[in-house]
Design a protein around this ligand. Sequence first.
Ligand code: B1M
Length: 212
Amino acid sequence: MTDLKALIEAVNKGDITAATTETQHAVETGYNPQDILDKGLITAMDEVGENFSKGKIFIPQMLRSAKTMQECMKVLEPLFQEGSVTSKGKIIIGTVKGDLHDIGKNLVSMMMEGAGFTMFDLGVNASPERFVQKAQEIEPDIVAMSALLSTTMPSMRQTVEALKQASIRRKVKVMIGGAPVTEKYAREIEADCYAPDAGSAVIKAKEILGIA
Ligand code: B1M
């Protein structure tokens, strides 16, 4: 089995062909898809973030790496499917207003879908009104919000408030996550739960719906 260095390097460089080839290669040589994700792709994105913070790379390179990671996730996606036929529940997911980061949100959505939930993805920059409108339309079990910027976290609180105003809050569970989000913040805004990563998001979703 090779190590994941070449994959990390390819994502860092934003080399889609090399990165998807390395992902496929890692699958074929017996890597667990979760390890490819955690120790390969997410490690690479952490390095990208660090390089951005240090001014070593700029937005275009960061975007290129993000696109590269998304293409690699397409290779892994079928491997995360559980093949469940009956839906475990309906989940609305979105990246909150003002925030354009969607890789983590897509990952959470992909894992939830793989675990048998029916997902309704609002994409990025989803306003509190948009969450409310969709919740009124499909009556979900969970409203799930992602934020990657400390400046957009307040939109999570605003969405919880908007759900209350629309008399929906008591009918749904609210889950939040994203790099700057914490358990403490979840309690502060009266969300039902916080999940630090996509894997635990699935576990928490089952827990709060009592289907663990
Ligand atoms: Co941005 N960016 N970015 N960026 N970017 C960060 C987040 C940053 C930490 C980089 C840094 O400075 N070190 C920093 C935020 C600082 C802060 O506020 N705390 C930052 C900044 C400042 C910015 C801009 C403001 C830069 C600028 O313009 N000057 C700008 C903002 C644009 C906007 O949103 N309005 C910006 C733009 C961008 C790009 C567009 C270029 C691109 C995003 C492309 C895209 O998503 N399609 C980008 C990227 C790629 C990053 C980094 C490098 C990588 C993010 C990522 O995809 N990580 C990021 C640095 C970093 O995180 N290390 C950074 C991989 C992903 C799998 O992890 O999203 O954390 P993550 O998801 C995790 C968990 O958080 C969790 O599960 C996932 C893992 O399993 N999770 C949930 C996420 N959502 C969840 C929801 C849940 C549960 C768990 O329940 C509902």
